[in-house]
Design a protein around this ligand. Structure first.
Ligand code: IFM
Length: 449
């Protein structure tokens, strides 16, 4: 017997992308280069030497892409603005053509009946600001605030929801601590400085948006619940450290005005002290929290790992995605409920969730059959519904990603899309997962047998 699991009547169904991952034409119409442009053009840093020069060519194909969103029945589209299109030098003079691109995109989305959710920062810092220290420079908070104010002034009456910053943990850890992402620094001292300035910039950005628009403003965190690999004391303590490092390092300052007590011990002499007044800025109230969820961390004590002294263990009975991430839907439900119970009663949105599984580079005549992705999405949507029944106020869900795209240091080798992209021809083909998701949207729910 088929059961249909319905969602609340006004639940928002969307899909997400980010500027550098899909747009291409990174220097068109007066745009300034970003740290990702530089990073991906440095030999050896991105798999197969890939870069975002063309990506999905969305900068030129955006009209067709919106038509595709309409075909899928999306209620909302989460995209990001490339800071360097609007401010080629990161600060100072506005590049009108860059602003016009996003204005046209937003107008067309509205015409298609799709709510625009704009993320102001999804990792592509203008290179000119990196030259001035980037996220390590305290001035970044005012650079970001000026940029946020410009965007909110230009589009505040049309963008339905604003996100300041996407995934602070990844920006600080990948960009400044371990160096796998732009700008590629590997420095224990820099990670916490970057984190703190990202959070300050977020607070300043919220205030700047509020000065210009009544639309809700929030931030997006990537949260990964940690579970101990055993009941042993060492693994339980490691799990607490891993949780402090990845989750509470961001949740606590945003909602409680202080970093977790574990932080000085984790970073040792690299942990800085911060002016108390910074936390007034960081705790500036937000209207919603976006949660990006992909997997959990099954955690064991590992003294060999810097900072959190913990590592992930493989679960032999679980399925894994091509990113090497365990498929664990229960973690999504658990983290949403935890955030609602322990941190905030602002509405929550799942702003990214999805999976990279192998899809052929070229769509076959019969399309792209991706049963693993369908199963992943189904199980995670049921987990969202479970979180709602457990009391979490989850108002919407955005599949990552609308289409296959540039997966950062993995280049084009990982496909997350519910729409397939043939990069040689730029042909888009809706995958089975995309058709399945369109049915979910149409019926406002998930069917199971
Ligand atoms: O592609 C990324 C995205 O840019 C941020 N969140 C995780 C995704 C998958 O790795």
């Amino acid at each position: 017997m088929t059961t249909h699991h319905t969602f609340p009547p006004d639940f928002l169904w969307g899909a997400a992308t980010a500027a550098y991952q899909i747009e291409g034409s990174p220097l068109a119409d007066g745009a300034g280069p970003s740290i990702w442009h530089r990073f991906s053009h440095t030999p050896g840093l991105v798999k197969n030497g890939d870069n975002g020069d063309v990506a999905c060519d969305h900068y030129r194909r955006w009209k067709g892409d919106i038509a595709l969103m309409r075909e899928l029945g999306l209620g909302a589209y989460r995209f990001s603005v490339a800071w360097g299109r609007v401010f080629p030098d990161g600060a100072g003079a506005v590049n009108q053509k860059g602003l016009d691109f996003y204005r046209a995109l937003v107008d067309q989305l509205l015409e298609a009946g799709i709510e625009p959710m704009a993320t102001l920062y999804h990792w592509d810092l203008p290179a000119a600001l990196d030259d001035r220290g980037g996220w390590l420079n305290r001035d970044v908070a005012s650079w970001f605030s000026d940029y946020a104010q410009t965007m909110a002034r230009a589009l505040g009456d049309r963008v339905a929801m604003w996100v300041t910053i996407n995934e602070p943990w990844v920006i600080a850890t990948g960009g400044y601590l371990h160096g796998g992402l732009a700008p590629g620094h590997r420095n224990r001292f820099e990670g916490p400085i970057a984190t703190h300035n990202i959070l300050r910039a977020h607070g300043a950005g919220v205030r700047a948006c509020r000065a210009e628009t009544k639309a809700p403003v929030g931030i997006v965190l990537n949260l990964e619940p940690k579970y101990p690999a055993s009941d042993g004391e060492a693994d339980v303590a490691a799990t607490r450290r891993a949780d402090a490092f990845m989750n509470r390092q961001y949740l606590d300052p945003l909602f409680r005005g202080a970093y977790p007590v574990e932080m000085p011990e984790l970073f040792g002499e690299a942990w800085p002290s911060h002016p108390v007044s910074d936390f007034d800025l960081i705790t500036t109230p937000i209207d919603f929290l976006g949660v990006n969820y992909y997997s959990r961390g099954l955690t064991k004590d590992d003294p060999g790992v810097a900072i959190e002294r913990a590592s992930r263990v493989r679960n032999p009975s679980a399925a894994y995605t091509e990113m090497g991430w365990e498929v664990f839907p229960q973690g999504l439900s658990d983290i949403l409920v935890r955030v609602a119970d322990e941190y905030t009663n602002v509405p929550l949105y799942v702003t990214e969730n999805g999976a990279a599984f192998y899809d052929p580079p070229v769509a076959l005549a019969e399309g792209v059959d991706d049963p693993l992705r369908v199963a992943y999405l189904r199980e995670h949507l049921l987990a969202v519904r479970d979180a709602i029944t457990r009391g979490a106020e989850v108002r919407g869900y955005f599949a990552w990603s609308l289409m296959d795209n540039f997966e950062w240091s993995e280049g084009y080798a990982r496909r997350f899309g519910i729409v397939h992209v043939d990069y040689a021809t730029q042909t888009r083909t809706v995958k089975r997962s995309g058709r399945w998701y369109a049915d979910v949207i149409r019926s406002n729910g998930v069917s199971t047998n």
